[in-house]
Design a protein around this ligand. Structure first.
Ligand code: GH3
Ligand code: MG
Ligand code: MG
Ligand code: MG
Ligand code: MG
Length: 291
């Protein structure tokens, strides 16, 4: 783990750092609360071990600052203190600490507490991943791609730039399910999602918008570039049949494309409605891109 230590006492800081390194962790050690907060804001540390008593910003205030900051990744906080007793415990935990260890610390005791921290952080990461991704395809889920679209629209409005939005819908997917079964339908969704993802450029984003519909945010917003991305997706999906347990299935996708107005303030609903209208036109022929 990447551990951040805040401890004003130099020798304690050295001993703690050495102990943690011996346990295999990467350690950043600072001598006060403000430096700790600044280091934490870099976003690399998932575990913070802080001394309680420090000049200027103490451990409790540091705890409160970390807890008040908006960050999706959880930070596990262990407070170190020479003070024991119920009052200190309640105060420390009340400030947002996850655990409290009395000084001088025992190395084995600390290692055991770190295992608890690791378990909780791993669980948190699993839940966070699941909250962001679609279980079947592994792509971003609807919430993530919509949130990203809103951020990108806000950014485009600030920059006076535009972005491209592509709505992709598998053709006759109901028929695939009916003919080959739902499980093979799932395999088709997984493989199609993988192909679409691979057809993107570095800064393009894709998410599962609904059942067999996908939303792509194309960076740049140059119409011909966005069109190329959509054509490449269409091509990669149709190129070779998808192998499933029920046999090889030919799959095609139709795509509707919309570009936001340069420097405009289009909202997500408007842009998606435009892409959806284009998709409706593409569906008249299928296996097609429509602007
Ligand atoms: P069109 O070409 O007009 O898009 O026709 P379509 O059959 O693809 O469209 P329709 O909206 O009628 O059907 C979509 C189907 O997608 C219906 C639904 O059961 C299926 N579907 C949605 N989610 C999943 C899924 O996770 N797995 C499987 N196997 N099927 C799904
Ligand atoms: Mg101190
Ligand atoms: Mg559909
Ligand atoms: Mg469909
Ligand atoms: Mg339909």
């Amino acid at each position: 783990m990447k551990i951040l230590i805040a401890e004003d006492d130099a020798s304690s800081r050295l001993v703690l750092g050495a102990t943690l390194r011996k346990l295999g962790h990467a350690v950043t050690a600072v001598a006060d609360g403000r430096s700790a907060l600044a280091a934490w804001q870099q976003g690399e540390h998932v575990l913070l071990i802080s001394d309680w008593m420090m000049p200027d910003m103490d451990g409790l205030e540091l705890c409160r600052m970390v807890r008040a900051a908006p960050r999706l990744q959880y930070t596990y906080i262990i407070l170190l203190t020479a003070r024991s007793g119920k009052g200190s415990y309640l105060e420390g935990m009340g400030a947002g600490a996850d655990d409290l260890i009395t000084k001088p610390f025992d190395a084995e005791h600390l290692a055991a507490r770190l295992h608890v921290a690791q378990r909780i952080l791993a669980l948190h990461e699993t839940l966070r991943f699941q909250a962001m991704h679609d279980h079947l395809t592994g792509l971003w889920n609807r919430g993530m791609i919509m949130g990203t679209l809103q951020e990108e629209l806000a950014r485009a409005a600030r920059d006076g730039s535009c972005i491209g939005v592509i709505l992709a819908d598998l053709d006759h997917f109901k028929r695939i399910n009916d003919t080959y079964g739902h499980l093979s339908g799932d395999t088709v969704l997984q493989e199609t999602a993988r192909r679409m993802h691979h057809a993107l450029r570095t800064y393009d984003r894709i998410g599962r918008y609904g059942g067999e519909e996908f939303l792509i945010i194309a960076s740049g917003g140059e119409r011909s570039d966005v069109h190329s991305v959509a054509e490449r997706i269409r091509d990669r999906v149709a190129e070779t049949p998808v192998q499933t347990a029920a046999g090889a299935i030919i799959v095609t996708v139709s795509l509707g494309l919309a570009i936001t107005r340069m420097g405009g303030r289009d909202d997500a609903v408007t842009v998606i409605a435009a892409a959806d209208a284009a998709l409706y036109c593409a569906k008249k022929e299928r296996n097609r891109v429509h602007v």
